[in-house]
Design a binder for this molecule. Structure first.
Ligand code: GUN
Length: 295
């Protein structure tokens, strides 16, 4: 039987409609959420991602501040840009599109973003708060995946969630959010032995390795929920995920496609974090590090 399809595009539209209402409520108080996006160099894929993010801002009533800097930009110039945005009260969120050209130190740049404006959730303070189970900004892709799981009523407590991939942007924060939801979490990566033996135990399988067709039908437990975070290109240029979608959908209980799955949700959650940052600045949402009672 074919799996239930988790339609990220439709869910993202719902999330964005809810955000538009919050943006209107902020407008009534004279606040317009602002997202600054810095793109350095000429990576074509990054240019497309950034264009989509800016378009989504405009459609949601968020003001965007876009700077496209030349590939020759120095570390000092980029850091100065980030610091100026930190000091700009009209900017509630800052995103530096990654990867940066090889001569730039991305970690130092991310560290320079005020963590209260780090809507990507990549700053060490935000990573640490996520680790501590009291996230301030959730990293956008894992936040999107959690919203997708929630949308299908996937109760995570006690479930075995397997994450393939250990990046700072997706794999690690993904595992922390699943853990905070009381799942039993296994993180797999390129050095994991017998990946299939582990993925076959997964009630929830998150593929975020960046490897086309990594997850095949024999690696999936019947009825499992499979979320495909991969964004790879086929030899003929089509966008595809990490999961062999056609075969796995015959085994899984629910599955997200690529495209139209996690991608639109990542953008929606970036907007959500930006609106939340603006609400905090207006005193409408809890401030950083506020502890959340936990049973
Ligand atoms: N490059 C690819 N995805 C992302 C993202 O979510 N944030 C940033 N800053 N760069 C990216």
């Amino acid at each position: 039987m074919s799996a239930r399809l988790i339609d990220g595009k439709a869910l993202a539209a719902q999330v964005r409609a809810g955000l538009a209402q919050r943006v209107a409520a902020l407008a009534a108080r004279g606040v317009r959420p602002g997202l600054a996006v810095l793109l350095v160099g000429d990576d074509p894929a990054s240019a497309v991602y950034v264009r989509n993010k800016i378009k989504a801002c405009e459609e949601t009533g968020i003001r965007s501040f876009f700077a496209h800097l030349p590939a020759s930009t120095t570390q000092a110039e980029l850091l100065a840009r980030v610091r100026a945005l930190n000091d700009d009260a009209a900017v509630h969120g800052i995103l530096v599109q990654l990867p940066l050209p090889a001569h730039l130190d991305a970690q130092q740049v991310v560290d320079a973003i005020a963590f209260e404006k780090d809507v990507d959730g990549l700053h060490p303070t935000n990573a640490g708060l996520t680790l501590a189970g009291r996230p301030h900004f959730r990293s956008c892709t894992p936040y999107g995946v959690m919203t997708m799981l929630d949308s299908i009523g996937c109760a995570l407590a006690g479930k075995h969630a397997v994450v393939i991939g250990r990046s700072n942007m997706v794999g690690k924060p993904m595992a922390m959010l699943l853990l905070a939801a009381d799942a039993t979490v296994t993180i797999c990566h390129s050095r994991t032995r017998d990946l299939a033996a582990i993925t076959r135990q997964a009630d929830v399988l998150i593929a975020a390795a960046g490897k086309r067709n990594l997850v095949t039908a024999d690696m999936v437990k019947p009825g499992a929920v499979v979320i495909d975070v991969g964004t790879n290109r086929t030899p003929d240029g089509r966008l595809t995920g990490d999961v062999d979608f056609a075969a796995v959908r015959e085994v899984a209980g629910a599955i997200s496609p690529v495209p139209g799955g996690v991608g639109p949700m990542t953008i929606a959650m970036l907007l959500a974090n930006t609106v939340e940052a603006a609400e905090r600045s207006a005193g409408l949402a809890p401030m950083p590090g506020a502890s959340q009672p936990r049973a």
